[in-house]
Every structure is written in structure tokens, then in C-alpha cells.
Write a protein that binds this ligand. Structure first.
Ligand SMILES: Cc1ncc(C[n+]2csc(CCOP(=O)(O)OP(=O)(O)O)c2C)c(N)n1
Ligand SMILES: [Mg+2]
Length: 898
């Protein structure tokens, strides 16, 4: 092309641009959006063929996704909704302010809900269906630290009283109070989903939505059309878990899932992306992952300006302005906005020349505009085939004015002075007089006020109030006693690991006519490690799409069998995702009215250590089910070394009180514990999570001893497994030792028993300790009872009464840290010598590891002799001899330190 005068060229370009635009408008008008897409695609291909590369962009322009002329008519009464929203705003603010006056430092958040109020009220008035007898309703995960907004709404709805609001964050008073954040554990009739550990909400909601499909595909529940909504913060989206599973949602076509990200551009300390645009960044991530993205950036008054602007400069300015600047405009005057935002281009100054500073200051962001939010929600619930994310721009601390609106300190603002209260009151038109304002009184109109009638009518139309947690436990008969009996007889001459025994048991449970259909095996790409591949064929791997290809191992018995009715949730390499599935399945008794029984089997090292917070969340959620830490034990899992060898998951499992943790040694112990779990959780509706470690060392599984108290002892944490071979007269005068073993190390105690008796003339009893946590729990509870009831009959801890009549010395050994037996040592008749696997794992064989960590039979022997020597029953020299005889290197490295 011949070079032309640049001005000429620009003119020409402008003509060309408008011709192309007109053509596009024409095709759109006459043939619709589909045809426009086709032509654009064609042009893109053509350009590419000619070597014109088009830079990749996952972004759309920085404007609302739904054009104003495509917005549906707003079906509500704007005025009444605004009034109610103002009342919720006021009461939410007042409850935080008052709580902090009563008890300075008690905390709470005002600004988050202040920014989210419109996003929530539109949901409450028009979209979120409640659970009732006729419908399952929607599942809404609320931003946890915006809880005051929910409490304030429940107050207007008549579900909470003024007293309840007054006791926000004061749960321990005589009348009880409201918990700081959503905690089903603390408010089991109200909160459904704990959401305040940032990042877990998005993850949980995705797997919840997928689990809802799973229940339908497995025929456990009819399709209900329920939606899962996750209300999230923009800062929260930086948590890796927030974005970590978004491709699963699109891959599974979860159009029952809607995210609403409240983009108030701020987190706790300051701006989320001061130097960029969080909405655009999230749009690119979600679009790239295959989500339907709806941006709600500008309120309608901005759109009037966009419409009027023929220069294109307003869009340009919107695209170039930084979030940090946008935050600045929310704390500034209209004059500042005129100068700094519009003042950049003369065309824009001209555009707003008729606007007063006041008007410029009040230009609303999309997330505060009910019509825009309504349009986005409607479009989201109607969208088919993909999950939707709504990115709504708001202002943090909206309405707080000088007290914090848009300021960096706003997240933690909890105190408003009298003037600030007055201006909040005036801004939202709350009928509280100047005389009363200083008290920050709660305000609720008469029950028959039109706004309250409206509020109730809207909720009635959607099925009732929410959140409401419904515990729909359906007790089952559970004939599992039959299922476990076979394990009581031992494995005969077959060597087994407890992992194998567990998989065998799980296969049996899956075949059971009553509970089989409720079992949900979950595994994160580790089934073959645990020998679970036999379940692939039997139970099927769940896939909503079925299996669209011929699996490579189709001819084999254990082929990779993906099916729509499959029971196994094979989550791939995602322990966090697997835990989210565990929570969905484990809370299904309440949230779906179906008693599903999750068995989540994982590498024990990647359980409590890796996803401890999700386990905490599961407990708060009141989840029920089995967590199976497989290939456990620091020395039992040979070869794998430092990262894989778990010698502390039982220590970590001490913390969440609704977790029962067991380290069984034998198949019958495992069977008794699994039976107890099913019985308690699903027949009696008790809320527990059973954590069981299973191991891959194979040995002969003995029969359950016939003595009384064994079965009870397995569950309480300890029982005598094998008394000394020295009986009656033979036992007389013999030194006595008690050897406590757990898991695979119990066999080391058995070996030590033989050595002690044969080589050292010491009578030794072997005890199986299945759970130090259960022993500890019982003992500290007894102590507490005795402390508070000094004149009553003293309770005796189980472990204390079990050992009360036992003479001799005590040694405990397990594949876990020494602190485990140490937790109960004080209730033993004598000092307890604790052996355990403190320190980092090593790559080596089992024998070498047990030597290195000092937990094999030889160390148990010398520990017993050492204790006997200390009390003078055997000579000290004997210990030194034993060390030598048993080939122990006393100068070896200390595994705890080296
Ligand atoms: C895992 C975790 N880390 C830190 C916190 C503390 N915290 C609570 S809210 C918050 C900031 C949240 O910002 P954002 O998600 O943008 O929510 P906003 O209040 O702005 O709506 C932080 C750091 C937490 N609750 N969870
Ligand atoms: Mg934020």
C-alpha cells in the first residue's frame, strides 16, 4: 500500500472500521450471534493461514458481559428490597460495633458484608431456594466473615432475636450466642457449610456440585435441579485451592454450579491487585478453564455514559485504569474523580460536563446495582453445559463513609463513633433518632410493615428461610456383624497386610445388599498402590460420561472400568479434591438426605499432614465416614524414605476431637473397628470420623483371642493380646514385663516376648494398643470429672483400671512418635518406657529401619530389662550384656537428631 498522509490514512481506517462494524451489526441482526461467531472464526482461520498471528487473549473488554438492552425486567419491588437491604446493613454493622463496645477486641467484620449486601439480597429475594419437604433447595456457601449480614437478615425474618444479635461472638454466656463464622458444629440447625478457611469454599463447592450428580447417576436420589452457589472474596481467589479444581467443574459440565466473586478489589491488608485488574485476571483463568464468565463491573449510570460516548475513550479509560486507582476513587470526592479519571482525556471531561461532582461520586459499581446483579444471576441459573462465575465489582465497606469505605483499614474496622453512626443512619435512612443513635440500637419494623411482609413472602415463595441445616439422618439396620465374623478366625496359613484385609472388607461391604449402594470409595490415584484395583471392575469408577474409549486393558479381569453408575470416586492426584469429595459424601446424610458412607483411602503421609485443614473442615461440617491412611508406619513402609514414611499422622489426629484414630495390627481388630464405625455413625446417627492406619507388611493374621473384654478393648484402645507363657508355678519369682505394641510393631512385641522368656527368664505379657487417642480421651475426661466432683465417686480411666492389678515394668512401642504412648503414661502403675519413630524417614528395608528407629524386638527387650534393672529386679549388667548379645550398636546415630 502506498504510504499516505497519516491523517488521510486515519480517515480511511475509520471508514473501513465502520463498514466492518456495520456488516457485523447486520449479520447479528439478521442471523444472530451464532452466525457472527462462525464468521469471526472463519476470519481468524483465514488470517492464520496467511501468517497473521493473532495475539491470544482470554479477556473480553472491561465492560459488563450482559448488555443493558438484554437485561431482563427486574421482577421485584426495588423500593422494598432497598429498605430491607438497608435494615440488614444497619443491624449487621450495629452487632459488630456493639459486640466490640461490650468486650473490646472481640472482633467481627463490617466491611465485607457491606460490599456484598446487594449480591446476597438479590439471591435471597429471587434465586436461592430453601430446603423443605418438597424440595432439596439450593446449597449456598456464604463468605464466612460476612456472617453478620446473615444474622442480621435472620433477625428481620424473626429467626433470631435481639438477644441473639447482642450475643454475637459471645457464645459462652448463659443464653448462648452467635458464632463468629459459619460453623455447623457450633450452630447445627443454622449453618450448613464452614467457609472461613479461605480457599476451601471454592474447592468444596465444586466437589459438592459433582457429588450431587454422582448421587443421581448412582440412582441414590432423583434429579432435583438444585444449584450450588459459592460466594467468594476476590482476595480469597489467591488461595491455590480456590482455582485448583476449576477445570474439574468444566470438564464435568457442572452447570449446577455458580461462583459469585465479590470483587471489592481489597483483601485484608490492602488492594488485591493494585497494579492490575483482578476481574480481568480471574476472567482469563476461568474462561481458559472453560467456564461461563459473567462480568458485572459497572452500574447502569456508567452504562448511560458508555452509550453516550462516541469517542471510544471511556472504554479505553476503563480498560487502562488500575484497581488501585479505582479503590482511590471510592474514597475520594467527585471533583477528584473528574480530574483523575475523566480528566485524562478531553473527550471524557466533555462527556461528564453536565454531571455535578456529587453525581460523579455516586456513579455506582455493578455489584451494587440490583438490576445488573439480577440479570447476571438469571443468566447464570439458565446457562446450560458449563459452570458459571460471576465477577462483580463492589466497594469494600460500602456505606461506611469516613469510617472506612474503600480504605485499606476497612477489613478490620469494628468501631464507629457517634458521627459515623449518624451518617450511616442517614445514608440508609434508618429511623433512629439522634438521641438514640449513640447506643447503635438494632432496628426492626413492626411485623406487619410492608417491607417485612415482602421479605417473608419472597422467602416463602422460595421454600423457606436459609441457611438452615437439616439433619435428615435415616438410621439403618446395619447387619454388618455378619460381614465381619469371618475375620475373627484369623487368616490360617495366608499372610496378609492390614491394607489387604481392609480392601477385602471394603469389597464385601460394597456387595452388601443393604449398605453396598451407600459405600463411596474415594482414592487419589493410588488404588494400585493399595491393591484396590480389584474394585475397579466390581464397583466401577464413576464417570458421568461413561467410558467413551476402549480401555487399554479391556481384556484383563481388572480393567480400568469407567461407568456412569460407578461407585469409586477416582479423584486423580488431588488429596484436597478427594477430601472435598469425602466431605460431600460424609455430610450427605444431612445435606442430601442420603446416608452415603465414604471410605477415603490415601497414602497416610498425605492425609493429616497434607490436607489437615480440610479434615478440620470435615469435622466442623459434621461429616461422617472413614479415613484410611494406607501404607502407614515410619518403618513398615520400607524404601520410600523421608517424604513418604509416616510416623506422626496419629499425633496430628489427636487434635480434632470428633476423629477416632486407630492403629490396628490384625484383621479382626480392623473388622471390629469398621463395624463399630458403621454402627455408631449410620445406625445410631453419631457424628465421628474414623481414622484407621493400615499397613503393607504381610504376616499371618491371628484369630481374635477368646478372652472376655477383647472386643471392647479393641474399641477402647487396649487389651491383653497374649499373656506370658510362664504360668502358675513357672511364673513364680520371675521378673515381669508388659510389652505394648501397635500396628505392625505389635509383632515386634511378640518376638520380644519370646526372647525375654527364652533368653532372660522374664515373663512378659503382650498388649495390643489399638488407639492411644481413645485411651487418652477417656483418661482426661475422667480426670476432669474428678476435678469438678471432688466429693462424688471418682471415675477411673479405662487404662488405669485395666492395668491396676498388673505387676512388672511397662514398655510401649509403635511405628509412631514416642509422644503417643507418653500421652497416657501418667495413668500407668509404673513408669512407661516409650519407644517410637521420632525423626525423618530413610530409604531402606524394614529391618534396617526398625533398627535405625529403635523399635524392633531387640530394643523392646533391652527397654524391658532396663526398667527391670532400674527397679533392682535384674542386674544392670544384664542390660549391657543384652545390648551386646542382640547386636545393638550403642554408638549408632540418634534418629531423632541425625
Ligand atoms: C486460610 C486463611 N488465611 C487467612 C485468613 C484470614 N482472613 C480472613 S478474611 C481475609 C481477607 C479476605 O479478603 P477477600 O477474600 O477479598 O474478602 P473481602 O473481605 O474483601 O470480601 C483474610 C486474610 C483466613 N480466614 N483463612
Ligand atoms: Mg475482597
Amino acid at each position: 500500500m502506498a504510504t499516505k498522509d497519516p491523517r488521510e490514512l486515519e480517515k480511511l481506517h475509520n471508514i473501513e472500521n465502520s463498514e466492518w462494524r456495520e456488516s457485523l451489526d447486520y449479520v447479528l441482526r439478521e442471523q444472530g450471534a451464532g452466525r457472527v461467531r462462525q464468521i469471526l472464526r472463519l476470519l481468524q482461520t483465514r488470517a492464520q493461514e496467511q501468517g497473521v498471528s493473532i495475539p491470544f487473549t482470554a479477556n473480553t473488554p472491561y465492560i459488563n458481559s450482559i448488555p443493558q438492552d438484554q437485561e431482563p425486567l427486574f421482577p421485584g419491588n426495588r423500593e422494598l428490597e432497598r429498605r430491607n437491604k438497608s435494615l440488614v446493613r444497619w443491624n449487621a454493622m450495629a452487632m459488630v460495633v456493639r459486640a466490640n463496645r461490650e468486650l473490646p477486641g472481640i472482633g467481627g467484620h463490617i466491611s465485607t458484608f457491606a460490599s456484598a449486601a446487594t449480591l446476597w439480597e438479590i439471591g435471597f429475594n429471587h434465586f436461592w431456594r430453601a430446603r423443605n419437604d418438597e424440595q432439596l433447595g439450593d446449597q449456598v456457601y456464604f463468605q464466612g466473615h460476612a456472617s453478620p449480614g446473615l444474622y442480621a437478615r435472620a433477625f428481620l425474618e424473626g429467626r433470631l432475636t435481639e438477644k441473639d444479635l447482642t450475643n454475637f461472638r459471645r457464645e459462652l454466656g448463659p443464653e448462648g450466642g452467635l458464632s463468629s463464622y459459619p460453623h455447623p458444629f457450633l450452630m447445627p440447625d443454622f449453618w450448613e457449610f464452614p467457609t472461613v478457611s479461605m480457599g476451601l469454599t471454592a474447592l468444596s463447592a465444586i466437589y459438592q456440585a459433582r457429588f450431587n450428580h454422582y448421587l443421581v447417576d448412582r440412582g441414590l436420589r432423583a434429579a432435583s435441579g438444585r444449584k450450588v452457589w459459592a460466594l467468594l472474596g476476590d482476595g480469597e481467589m489467591d488461595e491455590p485451592e480456590s482455582l485448583g479444581a476449576i477445570t474439574l467443574a468444566s470438564r464435568e459440565n457442572l452447570d449446577n454450579l455458580i461462583f459469585v466473586v465479590n470483587c471489592n478489589l481489597q483483601r485484608l491488608d490492602g488492594p488485591v491487585r493494585g497494579n492490575g485488574k483482578i476481574i480481568q485476571e480471574l476472567e482469563a483463568a476461568f474462561r481458559g478453564a472453560g467456564w461461563n464468565v459473567i462480568k458485572v463491573i459497572w452500574g447502569s449510570d456508567w452504562e448511560v455514559l458508555l452509550e453516550k460516548d462516541t469517542s471510544g475513550k471511556l472504554l479505553q479509560r476503563m480498560e487502562e485504569v488500575l484497581d488501585g486507582e479505582m479503590q482511590g476513587y471510592s474514597v475520594s470526592s467527585g471533583a477528584y474523580v473528574r480530574e483523575h479519571f475523566f480528566g485524562k482525556y478531553p473527550e471524557l471531561l466533555e462527556l461528564v460536563s453536565q454531571y455535578s461532582d456529587e453525581q460523579l461520586h455516586k456513579l455506582r459499581r455493578g455489584g451494587h446495582d440490583p438490576a445488573k446483579v439480577y440479570a447476571a444471576y438469571k443468566s447464570a441459573v439458565e446457562h446450560k453445559g458449563e459452570p458459571t462465575v460471576i465477577l462483580a465489582q463492589t466497594i469494600k465497606g460500602y456505606g461506611l463513609g469516613e469510617a472506612g469505605e474503600g480504605k485499606n483499614i476497612t477489613h478490620s474496622q469494628k468501631k464507629l463513633n457517634e458521627d459515623e453512626l449518624k451518617s450511616f443512619r442517614t445514608r440508609f435512612n434508618i429511623p433512629i433518632s439522634d438521641e438514640d443513635i449513640a447506643e447503635a440500637p438494632f432496628y426492626k419494623p413492626d411485623e406487619d410493615a410492608p417491607e417485612l411482609i415482602y421479605l417473608r413472602e419472597k422467602r416463602e415463595a422460595l421454600g423457606g428461610f436459609m441457611p438452615t441445616r437439616v439433619d435428615a439422618t435415616q438410621p439403618m439396620a446395619c447387619h454388618t456383624e455378619e460381614l465381619i465374623r469371618e475375620y475373627f478366625d484369623g487368616s490360617g496359613d495366608r499372610e496378609l497386610g492390614t491394607t489387604m484385609a481392609y480392601v477385602h472388607m471394603l469389597a464385601k461391604l460394597l456387595r452388601d445388599p443393604e449398605i453396598g449402594k451407600l459405600i463411596v470409595p474415594i482414592v487419589p490415584d493410588e488404588a494400585r498402590t493399595f491393591g484396590m484395583e480389584s474394585l475397579f471392575r466390581q464397583a466401577g469408577i464413576y464417570s458421568h460420561a461413561g467410558q467413551l474409549y476402549d480401555p487399554v486393558d479391556k481384556g484383563s479381569l481388572l480393567f480400568y472400568n469407567e461407568t456412569k453408575t460407578g461407585a469409586i470416586l477416582e479423584e486423580g492426584l488431588s488429596e484436597a479434591g478427594s477430601m472435598a469429595s469425602f466431605i460431600a459424601a460424609g455430610t450427605s446424610y444431612a445435606n442430601n438426605g442420603v446416608n452415603t458412607i465414604p471410605f477415603y483411602t490415601f497414602y497416610s503421609m498425605f492425609g493429616f499432614q497434607r490436607v489437615g485443614d480440610s479434615i478440620w473442615q470435615a469435622c466442623d461440617s459434621q461429616a461422617r465416614g472413614f479415613l484410611i491412611g494406607a501404607t502407614a508406619g515410619r518403618t513398615t513402609l520400607a524404601g520410600e524414605g523421608l517424604q513418604h514414611q509416616d510416623g506422626h499422622s496419629h499425633v496430628l489426629a489427636m487434635a480434632p476431637t470428633t476423629v477416632k484414630a486407630y492403629d490396628p495390627a490384625f484383621a479382626y481388630e480392623l473388622a471390629v473397628i469398621v463395624h463399630d464405625g458403621i454402627n455408631r455413625m449410620y445406625c445410631h446417627g453419631e457424628t465421628w470420623i474414623y481414622y484407621l492406619t493400615v499397613m503393607n507388611e504381610t504376616y499371618l493374621m491371628p484369630a481374635m483371642p477368646k478372652r472376655a473384654g477383647v472386643r471392647e478393648g479393641i474399641l477402647k484402645g487396649m487389651y491383653k493380646f497374649q499373656p506370658s507363657g510362664f504360668k502358675g508355678a513357672k511364673a513364680k519369682g520371675k521378673p515381669k514385663a508388659h510389652l505394648l505394641g501397635s500396628g505392625a510393631i505389635l509383632n515386634e512385641a511378640r518376638k520380644a516376648q519370646a526372647i525375654l522368656e527364652k533368653d532372660y527368664g522374664v515373663a512378659a505379657d503382650v498388649w495390643s494398643v489399638t488407639s492411644y487417642k481413645e485411651l487418652y480421651r477417656d483418661a482426661v475426661d475422667c480426670e476432669r470429672h474428678n476435678l469438678l466432683n471432688p466429693t462424688g465417686k471418682a471415675q477411673v480411666p479405662y487404662v488405669e483400671s485395666l492395668l491396676a492389678k498388673e505387676d512388672g515394668v511397662f514398655v510401649a512401642a509403635s511405628d509412631y512418635m514416642k509422644v503417643m504412648p507418653a500421652t497416657v503414661a501418667q495413668w500407668f502403675p509404673k513408669k512407661l518406657h516409650c519407644l517410637g519413630t521420632d525423626g525423618y524417614g530413610r530409604s531402606d528395608g524394614r529391618d534396617q529401619l526398625r533398627d535405625f528407629f529403635e523399635v524392633d524386638a531387640r530394643y523392646i527387650v533391652i527397654a524391658a530389662l532396663h526398667q527391670l534393672a532400674k527397679e533392682g529386679t535384674v542386674p544392670t549388667k544384664l542390660v549391657a550384656h543384652a545390648i551386646k548379645d542382640l547386636g545393638i550398636d550403642a554408638k549408632k546415630p540418634n534418629p531423632h537428631v541425625d
